[in-house]
Design a protein around this ligand. Structure first.
Ligand code: LLP
Length: 426
């Protein structure tokens, strides 16, 4: 939970604003972002990685306001599609502060990135190297590029979000020689300026070992390039992936200690090889946005399934939080609109979609007197919930509200039925 307080009657207060007021003013389901919390986390990564570039990974949550927050806090921005790039540029983020990812960037996306003057483009395939060289030649530009390498590290996380083992779609494997071949191709491309390497091992990771092994392998590759090809690469981007606490058992890594450990590994490897230490970059997304957000729902029905559990249905569900259904993610939720002294009962928080996999929290204890009209909040939904939201069952996507200093403002408005019908041309 971001810093919250309870009023005397039990109402939860976020960023100085009561949740009953938020629900009354903006409706539910509602994404509530605590702006100070978000900015504070952004700052703590910038401070922990002082001397490095910290890119906020926009895939976690990207709106124009969010893009401005990270820019104001001194972070750069990682985008991975033309749509994310458009939001960043519309927010006024200087193009040179943007890094562009993607394993299958389209011709159009690359053209837009090059003509806008995006600061770094992270190359992911031989096809892309060829495509980007051609586009850059046509536009008479020389974008700065990094090559994404896969280090063979098996990150201990859900298989859908682990990205550095060999059998997956991203980057160039170090083990097969694909990465070395990519380096040669880029060095041969007159309109691409190779400035460094990139590695991202996965997401929602709690142990340092994977990051450290990846950092060591990619740095050895970098020093090897110097030895074999006489080329000194000045930048090393170690990606994102720091885990956050969704439930009490989750123990997030401290940004400062991971920063120190990765920096010292890279320094040692480079010093051993007699090379200057490259400028580091990291790309936290979840760790900045996740804990700063909560989702507010209104309870619609409370159904006691005799002898098993109580099903509490709220007015959203898998369309605003697909993570439970997709990854088996765990969340915590509480009654937030009032106090209750009733006994806790084993419950399941579910949505309003027409399938039984529409679960937000599998098992939790909620007060036995929960009733329609109560508000419940789910914590740590700032990352990968709004950004992965859908219109399944034609539910309009919720609004996103930012709270700060006891005031709230809409940063993304709620979809309406007109919005849902806008693209349907009959
Ligand atoms: N950099 C790259 C190249 C990435 O692919 C990602 C995440 C990040 C940085 C940021 O990772 P973070 O610090 O947020 O863990 N939808 C999934 C997460 C997918 C992450 C994809 N890439 C989820 O909801 O858990």
């Amino acid at each position: 939970w971001p810093a919250t307080a309870r009023r005397e009657d039990g109402e939860l207060v976020v960023g100085g604003v009561g949740v009953r007021e938020l629900a009354a003013e903006y409706g539910t389901p509602l994404f509530v972002m605590d702006e100070e919390d978000f900015r504070g986390r952004a700052r703590s990564y910038a401070e922990a990685f002082a001397g490095a570039d910290v890119y906020y990974a926009g895939k976690a949550l990207l709106t124009k306001a969010v893009a401005r927050w990270v820019t104001e806090e001194g972070l750069k921005l990682d985008v991975c599609s033309g749509g994310e790039l458009a939001v960043a540029l519309a927010a006024g983020v200087p193009a040179e502060r943007i890094g562009m990812h993607g394993n299958n960037k389209s011709e159009r996306e690359l053209r837009r990135a090059v003509s806008a003057g995006v600061g770094r483009i992270i190359l992911d395939s031989l096809d892309e190297i060829e495509r980007l060289e051609r586009i850059s030649a046509e536009l008479d530009r020389t974008p700065r590029v990094l090559i994404r390498v896969t280090t063979g590290v098996e990150a201990h996380t859900h298989e859908f979000v682990a990205t550095a083992h060999d059998d997956q779609k991203f980057g160039f494997a170090l083990s097969t020689g694909a990465a070395a071949e990519a380096v040669r191709r880029v060095l041969d491309a007159p309109h691409l300026e190779l400035v460094g390497l990139h590695s991202h091992i996965g997401s929602q990771i709690f142990d340092t070992a994977g990051f450290e092994v990846a950092a060591r392998r990619v740095t050895r590759f970098l020093t090897g390039i110097h030895q074999d090809m006489g080329v000194t690469l000045a930048e090393l981007d170690l990606g994102g992936g720091l885990g956050i606490a969704y439930v009490s058992g989750d123990k997030p890594l401290d940004p400062k200690s991971i920063a120190d450990s990765l920096t010292s590994i890279v320094r040692r490897e480079c010093e051993d090889a007699g090379l200057p230490v490259p400028r580091l970059a990291v790309e936290p997304g979840r760790a900045v946005a996740g804990p700063a957000g909560i989702t507010l729902y209104e309870v619609g029905t409370v159904k006691d399934v005799e002898g098993i559990r109580t099903y509490v249905s709220v007015d959203g569900g898998m369309s605003d939080n697909i993570r439970t259904a997709l990854y088996g993610s765990e969340y915590t939720s509480r009654l937030v609109s009032r106090e209750s002294d009733a006994d806790p009962v084993l419950s399941r928080l579910v949505g309003k979609h027409c399938e039984s996999g529409d679960i937000i929290v599998h098992d939790l204890y909620l007060p036995a007197d929960l009733r329609p009209g109560d508000l419940v909040a789910v914590a740590a939904t700032g990352a990968y919930c709004y950004s992965m939201a859908s219109n399944y069952n034609h539910l309009p996507r919720p609004a996103v509200v930012a709270v700060r200093d006891a005031s709230a403002r809409v940063i993304v408005r709620r979809e309406t039925e007109e919005d849902l019908l806008r693209l349907d041309v009959g």
